[in-house]
Design a protein around this ligand. Structure first.
Ligand code: NAD
Length: 342
């Protein structure tokens, strides 16, 4: 029987439309070759380009469309930085759908330069609070305050998620914090991780301060399996990890809650490359594969991953970030034709 999934697609800003359309073409190819499921794409407008017309980067029609879908493939979006401007769409969606775990796989790819060979670890970042709480105000001219809200419940929830992931991997978990300085907030986070650890005695845990972790990610990235940390630390560490393992153009992320999943590349809208058909679509294609995995279409997800690895292994099609001259379209076509071959 053919299963149908309503999935929202938000193309975003800058290079967003190019990479998202490439990912949709790959999803089309895998549906054609798998034949046992169908994706019904619900296209919505969101991002910086909506602000002039709608006064918001997330119009209410898009919110309604997202609520009708089971998952979302989201392209990168430009985030306005002026005080009072709409907050990032990703941050709003994470809060709106309670997408508490941000999962960023970090692995080395064939023919892609990485600091060490055969890297394979995952950064799990708390996604709903911390310094992304959005509570920031000016006390007096030149004096500002941002609240770093950390709760036991949100920390425990993300720790549980990370332990379950570690159980299905190499059974090692590193929790990263700055508890020597942020004693109350990171004290709460540390206690929650230790509480979750009691239910997962087969997972070995290691504790690390965030400054040491940035160094260890360079020095011994192979020693990590699952990393769990708070929101901002996770954001920074996962970008670092993307570079340690290769290119930002290859790194995908999932935002997972109990009832919804949103999937996106780790990179942003890279406005200077807009419309140049130059950037690497693989991060968004891998995000689409993560979405299929989340929907339970594991064979289709594996097929996309295999096609990506084969194209990279062959090394004939390489975008500029990988040291080549191939276009976004050529990379997409190479991947879709591998899928069709299988
Ligand atoms: P960026 O990730 O957009 O770009 C940084 C650099 O990374 C680019 O100049 C480019 O050299 C490289 N790069 C990014 N994507 C690539 C790809 N697919 N292929 C090859 N190279 C790639 O970061 P930025 O310049 O700091 O941010 C631009 C905008 O994106 C900002 O408005 C920022 O807020 C936003 N942003 C959005 C998201 C999101 O929507 N989830 C994430 C990060 C940044």
């Amino acid at each position: 029987m053919t299963k149908t999934y309503d999935v929202a697609v938000l193309k975003g800003d800058g290079i967003g439309p190019e990479v998202t359309e490439a990912a949709v073409r790959v999803l089309d190819a895998v549906q054609k070759s798998s034949k046992n499921f169908k994706l019904n794409y619900l296209y919505g407008e969101a991002g910086y380009h909506c602000i002039a017309e709608h006064g918001t980067n997330l119009p209410s029609e898009t919110v309604a469309l997202l609520k009708r879908s089971v998952a979302c493939l989201k392209g990168p979006m430009t985030t306005p930085e002026e005080p009072g401007a709409p907050v990032s769409v990703a941050v709003t969606l994470r809060r709106m759908f309670n997408l508490y775990a941000n999962v960023r796989p970090c692995r080395s790819f064939p023919n892609v330069e990485s600091l060490k060979p055969n890297l394979d670890f995952v950064v799990v970042r708390e996604n709903t609070e911390g310094l992304y709480s959005g509570v920031e105000f000016q006390l007096a001219p030149g004096v500002g305050v941002a609240l770093r809200i950390i709760t036991h419940d949100a920390s425990l929830r993300v720790a549980e998620f990370a332990f379950k992931l570690a159980e299905n991997r190499k059974k090692r978990l590193t929790y990263i914090h700055k508890g020597n300085i942020l004693r109350i907030t990171d004290g709460i986070f540390k206690d929650a991780v230790k509480e979750a650890a009691q239910k997962h005695p087969d997972v070995t845990i290691e504790e690390m301060h965030v400054d040491a972790a940035t160094m260890q990610l360079i020095k011994r990235p192979e020693s990590f399996d699952v990393i769990v940390t708070t929101n901002l630390f996770g954001d920074i560490l996962s970008d670092e990890a993307a570079q340690v393992t290769g290119s930002l153009g290859l790194a995908a992320g999932a935002n997972i809650g109990d009832a919804y999943g949103m999937f996106e590349p780790v990179h942003g809208s890279a406005p200077k490359y807009t419309g140049m058909n130059r950037v690497n679509p693989i991060a968004t294609i891998m995000a689409a594969a993560m979405m299929l995995d989340y929907l339970g279409e594991k064979a289709a997800a594996a097929k996309i991953e295999k096609a990506v690895l084969e194209v990279l292994r062959e090394g004939k099609v390489r975008t500029a970030d990988l040291g080549g001259t191939s276009t976004t379209t050529q990379m997409c076509e190479a991947i879709t034709s591998k899928i069709s071959e299988h």
